[in-house]
Write a protein that binds this ligand. Structure first.
Ligand code: KIV
Length: 314
């Protein structure tokens, strides 16, 4: 089956078909999500928080994104894979942005990259798309700027902020972005953006009127215990299921009910009998040498009474 393309996403917008996108960071999760029919998988820098345990996305490196994107690409056949440009990889210049995006495309082979920002990054978006790299934009709350926004807060609430956001999306569309993430913006503003732009809008905390929705997979699967953002919903409690499974494992290991016969390999009775005969012989010769030693536990060279453990035969 061939992969979803940017053109198909645009056609979905035209037809009013919703686009389903999630994050993914590893091979088995990517396999499961691909089989479930996700249109887009984002190897997001949110991995910094939900996978690596940092308080923000800022520490994520280009190498992190490349390594995890490789795994997600290997695990998928259908979804369009997007590699996120991490903090520091595109802020300095268009040249550095190009170098970072080229590394992701060459070393991990996703179908697109994403970067945060609107007008500020439009020149870079244009350079990437002209170089043949499809780009997804990201406006509203841009978590890499959390130190400027002062937290994970809804953006675009005032008329001025809303107008700037509309300008940002227009600049990204004009620069050639094939889609744009709208993060934490009021639902009615997201609706207006979606009506005004020809490229698909993908919301997260942006209400129900975008062309598609993206969520962090750990949030919807109940795999991130630190906090649950208001804009998400748990579709499963995998964290609870994993804890219960791990507790059952601990119990079975302790009680010697796991592993059992089904998880064990057999060998010929003659071979094991021959090996056990050696042990029996060694034990018999140990016993006879102890009978000859003068003080129990004080064999030659063990004046302090310390007896080294006998070798265990496996
Ligand atoms: O990194 C990420 O997961 C994201 C999504 C929240 C859109 O940018």
């Amino acid at each position: 089956m061939s992969r979803v393309t940017p053109d198909q996403l645009r056609e979905m917008k035209t037809r009013g078909e919703r686009i389903a996108m999630l994050t993914a960071y590893d091979y088995p999760t990517a396999q499961i999500l691909d089989a479930a029919g996700l249109h887009i998988l984002l190897v997001g820098d949110s991995m910094g928080m939900v996978v690596l345990g940092h308080p923000t996305t800022l520490p994520v490196t280009l190498d992190d994104i490349i390594r995890h994107t490789q795994a997600v690409v290997r695990g998928t056949e259908h979804a369009l894979i997007v590699g996120d440009l991490p903090f520091g990889s595109f802020q300095v210049s268009t040249e550095e942005t190009m170098r970072a995006a080229v590394r992701i495309m060459k070393e991990a082979a996703p179908q697109a990259v994403k970067l945060e920002g609107g007008r500020r990054v439009a020149a870079s978006v244009r350079a990437l798309t002209e170089a043949g790299i499809p780009v997804m934009g990201h406006v509203g709350l841009t978590p890499q700027s959390v130190n400027v926004t002062g937290g994970f807060k809804v953006q675009g609430k005032t008329e001025r902020a809303a107008r700037l956001l509309l300008d940002d999306v227009a600049a990204l569309e004009d620069a050639g972005a094939f889609a744009v993430v709208l993060e934490l913006v009021p639902a009615e503003l997201a609706r207006l953006v979606t009506e005004r732009t020809s490229i698909p809008t993908i919301g997260i905390g942006a209400g129900p009127y975008c062309d598609g929705e993206v969520q962090v997979v750990h949030d919807i699967m109940g795999l991130f215990p630190d906090f649950t953002p208001r804009h998400t919903r748990r579709f499963a409690e995998l964290g609870t299921a994993m804890r219960e499974a791990a507790q059952a494992y601990v119990t079975e290991v302790r009680e010697r009910t796991f592993p059992g016969a089904a998880q064990s390999a057999k060998m010929s009775a003659e071979v094991i009998a021959a090996l056990r005969a050696e042990d029996a012989q060694a034990a018999a010769s140990d016993a006879s040498s102890q009978e000859e030693s003068p003080v129990d536990g004080q064999a030659e060279g063990q004046a302090d009474g310390y007896a080294p453990p006998k070798p265990i035969r496996k």
